[in-house]
Design a protein around this ligand. Sequence first.
Ligand code: PLP
Ligand code: COI
Length: 337
Amino acid sequence: MKDIEWSKLTFSYTETDVMIRSSYRNGAWGDLVATPDKTINIHAAAAGLQYAQQCFEGLKVYRRVDGTIGIFRPDMNARRMQSSAEAMYMPPVPVDMFLQAMEMAVKYNIDYLPPYGTGATLYIRPIMFGTSPRVGVSSADEFEFCVIVTPIGPYFPVGFGTTPFVINRHVDRAAPFGTGQYKVGGNYASSLRATEPAHEQGLGVLFLDSAEHKYLDECGGANIFLVKNGVYCTPKSDSILPSIINRSLMTLCGDMGIKVEERRIAVTELGDFQEAASCGTGAAISPISTITDPDNGVVYNYGIEPGPVCVKLFTTLRDIQFGRTEDIHGWCHLIDC
Ligand code: PLP
Ligand code: COI
């Protein structure tokens, strides 16, 4: 195992040994290969660069209490990457090939999988993009699928402490009517002028629906849920990423007898909730302390301690991921290394 200060890791890139890649040529994906070279030599006119014909995914690998190694619900990421690829007119990577690539990426970089108990995990970032040179707006016919991994710590610097958020009405993360439901880099890049200034002030960003700016959509890199009188409420929207963690939390709520409401949530309702949190692979569950609405001069307060529903869900999710409780839904994909 590498000599890394695991518990000091943040959500940033640390170099690892190997990248996995496959090329799509003549209508078919080639073999997955492991290579120490993480750079890619592509034409400056590649469709992935010119027209953002690309998509990506994010997953975490856990070293578990009994020494086994598990990836959390990689089949879900495989399918979401297929729908992102189809949305960008790219050939989907078959689910089996995707899973094989995840396993190879972990095996070849096993020395970077953080030890149990450090709070750190190994993050897998699959990405695919068009490589054929294009000047007219048209699809590539050659593509590259690459999988990089990096050991990481918490997404928000305060970890499971509470993070202040700010509402943004001026930059849309997603166009109305659905484009945000795919994990494509262009959406994220166009939100940077909202997220970067906020992050400099230690704030997370909450985006609203881009048609009317009246309803909650999601955070910059995570969904949001709120709790009202013990009920788990999360926005229903065509323009948010269907979060695997949010879906899993809704299932856990069902197991625990917590009522779930997936519906439009108006900004004007924000004062009615007792808890709020962002949720996703990177964020895990990151409780929100305040949501500031700068355009209306209002601050909604959820407290600086995580609330009881957040704690219960966080503990259960973590216990499943780290193998401390029975995985009754079969979410952990165990791998031999
Ligand atoms: N929403 C956005 C915009 C994201 O980038 C992410 C992170 O992947 C999520 C939601 C959470 O999705 P998941 O729970 O599948 O990681
Ligand atoms: C993730 O949670 O996996 C993400 O991809 C969030 C963000 C870094 C894009």
